[in-house]
Write a protein that binds this ligand. Structure first.
Ligand code: 4AD
Ligand code: MG
Length: 480
């Protein structure tokens, strides 16, 4: 007999045919009702046991966390909240779970904090909250590929090990095969990287953008979707040292086209999640509503999760220039409000997350795309505007998240780019290939990077980025 997914079984009509499911026991009440889950859905299937028909020592092994195989027929359920249940004819315990040991883990059936779950990251996918988040994460990944593939983009695999620092921020993890205790040295005492594996200094990629640009200038429209790494010491609920980024890059596309793409893309994948993760999002929404109850009224979110997602779909992202944003921030004196105490002093300052959240959550009350930032606070590759002081940068800001996308129109003019690299101390030798693009059929082009975990956070309503990736890497933590 073929194993069926519980997700599928739950959609079937009662039948007299026997069926087979396998999964893990979530609970076993009164020696009669097994709640079984196989990960295919947030829902458990109720399996009803007539204990007279089974050996006592078999039933004794049907404990929380055990892996079991169940055969039976699907009947109409007497219980509430489910239409069908399995009348069990056979039980085989495939893998036992000692109740005394289970008690010490997050598998024990009580409410555990998310912090506690993180300590047992290898077991947390067995919990409802976590499995719901991870199913949603998987669906969102698929939606991302679907969006780009449907729209004529090619999936480009950017290298993980690179010699360049795309963001010029120096937040790289070095990759080296040298013996750290005894590296080859140059005469001046510095480490001789020419003797290293690649014959030069290399690092894990911080962004696939520069390589994606080279491919956009041949394939037209490309996107990357892969892991990126940043050795930035930010211990926040929105930063990881290893995160996944989606980076589309489009030839013959300017900043306005880039904004249109970002908005259309984000709406597509959120809509996909609403349609394909309905049960999980309902569960996560209820979980949040419970959590909200314990918060002071002022801190409570004004919209349930799915309403918030729907709101994003139905409203245009507000497009605002950096200069306008600074004016708004100055006028609204956010420093007077406790939550937004950081003071904007000057045009030219980088926005802190409290400014971004003020603009999105208090002022515009919808997603915002900020554009035309001061050149000084942005990366070297962004297209300089005619004013000579701003660049065609854009950041998409989301409620509760802050920056979810960062992107720009790229500097396509050879001389301007070269000058800028010089001024910013960027090694031309190292990026000769990047400059080459501007020599051979250069063209206006644009792209952006969306932080995948921040998207998953927004979609699932999870407050901490550590809870939307299987094994988070953060400063001081790479356990598991
Ligand atoms: O704004 P960032 O640094 O932009 C770039 O890397 C560009 N090269 C992208 C491009 O134009 N192709 O990063 C892009 C996005 C951010 O908006 C944020 O969502 C996410 O990546 N991100 C992080 N997510 C989690 N942890 C971190 N440490 C992140 N740093 C950036
Ligand atoms: Mg950014």
């Amino acid at each position: 007999m073929k194993q069926q997914d519980i997700a599928h079984v739950l959609t079937q009509e009662p039948t007299l045919h026997s069926l087979l499911v396998r999964g893990w026991v979530r609970s076993f009440r009164s020696n009669r009702f097994i709640a079984l889950n196989d990960g295919s859905t947030i829902k458990n299937i109720q399996c009803v046991v007539d204990f007279e028909n089974f050996e006592e020592d078999v039933l004794a092994k049907v404990t929380v966390g055990a892996a079991v195989e169940i055969k039976g027929v699907l009947v109409e359920s007497q219980g509430q909240g489910q239409s069908v249940e399995i009348q069990v004819s056979d039980i085989e315990v495939l893998g036992e779970a000692n109740p005394e040991d289970v008690k010490l883990t997050i598998l024990s059936p009580k409410r555990h904090t998310l912090e506690k779950l993180r300590e047992q990251a290898h077991l947390r996918v067995r919990t409802q909250t976590f499995s719901a988040v991870m199913r949603t994460r998987s669906k969102l990944s698929f939606a991302i590929h679907e969006y780009f593939q449907k729209n004529g983009f090619y999936y480009m695999h950017a290298p993980i090990v690179t010699g360049s620092d795309a963001e010029g921020a120096g937040e790289m993890f070095r990759v080296s095969a040298l013996d750290p205790k005894n590296p080859p040295l140059k005469e001046n005492g510095e480490i001789d990287y020419s003797k290293d594996f690649f014959g030069k200094e290399t690092n894990l990629t911080v962004s696939g953008q520069l390589e994606a640009e080279t491919y956009a200038m041949g394939l037209g429209k490309v996107y990357t979707f892969g892991p990126t790494f940043r050795a930035e010491n930010s211990n926040t609920s929105r930063h990881l040292a290893e995160f996944w980024m989606i980076e589309p890059e489009v030839a013959f596309c300017d900043l306005a086209g880039n904004m249109d793409l970002a908005e259309d893309f984000i709406k597509y994948v959120i809509k996909y999640a609403l349609e394909h993760c309905a049960d999980d999002l309902e569960f996560l929404e209820n979980r949040l509503l419970q959590e909200e109850k314990s918060k002071p009224q002022a801190d409570r979110s004004d919209m349930p999760l799915r309403e918030k997602l729907q709101f994003v779909l139905e409203n245009n992202f507000k497009r605002v220039s950096y200069t306008e944003a600074i004016d708004i921030l100055k006028r609204s004196k956010p420093n007077q409000k406790k939550k937004f105490k950081y003071i904007i002093e000057e045009w030219g300052a980088d926005l802190q997350s409290e400014h971004e959240r003020f603009l999105v959550e208090k002022h515009f009350k919808c997603p915002v795309i900020l554009f035309d930032y001061p050149a000084k606070i942005k990366a070297f590759y962004m297209r300089l505007n005619d004013d000579g002081k701003t660049v065609r940068a854009m950041d998409v800001l989301f409620p509760g998240i802050g920056e979810i996308v960062g992107g720009s129109q790229r500097e396509e003019r050879y001389d301007v780019l070269k000058e800028k690299m010089e001024a910013m101390g960027i090694d031309e030798e190292e990026l000769h290939w990047y400059l080459d693009l501007r020599k051979f059929g250069t063209a206006v082009h644009s792209g952006f990077g969306l932080g995948f975990e921040r998207l998953v956070q927004f979609t699932t309503g999870m407050g901490n980025i550590r809870d939307v990736i299987p094994y988070p890497r953060t400063p001081g933590n790479a356990s598991f």
